[in-house]
Design a protein around this ligand. Sequence first.
Ligand code: SAH
Length: 254
Amino acid sequence: MNWGWTSIAIILCCLFLICIPTYAAQQSFQPSELRRPKFNSASERFEVQREQMVQYQLRDRGIEDQRVLAAMSKIPRHQFVDSSWRDLAYSDRPLPIGNGQTISQPYIVAYMSEAAEISPGDRVLEIGTGCGYQTAVLGELAEAVYSIEVIPQLAQNARQLLSELDYQNIEVKTGDGYQGWREHAPYNAIIVTAAPKHIPQALIEQLAIDGKMVIPVGRWNQKIAILTKTKESVVIENTIPVRFVPMVAKSPRQ
Ligand code: SAH
């Protein structure tokens, strides 16, 4: 036996056994930055996230209204949230917008917009402008949108952003949503994005015949109510459970 050749063979075997796993590990390891798809700009990244939101959170969960889907594919939701939350703007959750309030989860915005059955010539009232995202969706769907926000700072921020985005068919005012906005009534649709304990009577009065109101109702066990007003009656259907911020009462009777 030639011990010289045997030792060389053993050394080569050892080297082989050490090097192959190391090489394989190097091939499979990539810093997470390298595995992510490359985007040329932040707006391109947000566009991809927006399309994924529409597909997986909306279409796949049963939202079918093409106008609602088109509106939510178009509106830059990330511009409506604070810059520190921007990376989560298209995620499946509500986000803080300041003053203890939140922007609703994308699915809920789509669900309420679809349930309101808005046509292009409609006049719509929104209670609870917040950051103005739902307002922008309504601005895409209707002819005119009137939105009321009780917190002056939020109303001012939303007004400014909606004007920067060139929504000329939207008016935002600071005020108490329990009273509605009589001046522009009747409305073909009313969407309320804060939860009262009971549906405010003034809002029922300001809804047009054949109009729809979509409103979260309740304190701890809230449900979205869809109210349809006909000549003879008001029909209320209680639908999905939700968690909205409470609609603050300005009037002691509400
Ligand atoms: N649609 C909003 C959701 C905001 S949260 C968005 O997408 O950002 C609900 C909003 O309703 C809050 O901004 C809150 O200040 C407002 N709100 C609560 N009670 C109200 C009332 N009585 N009248 C008008 N707005 C009210």
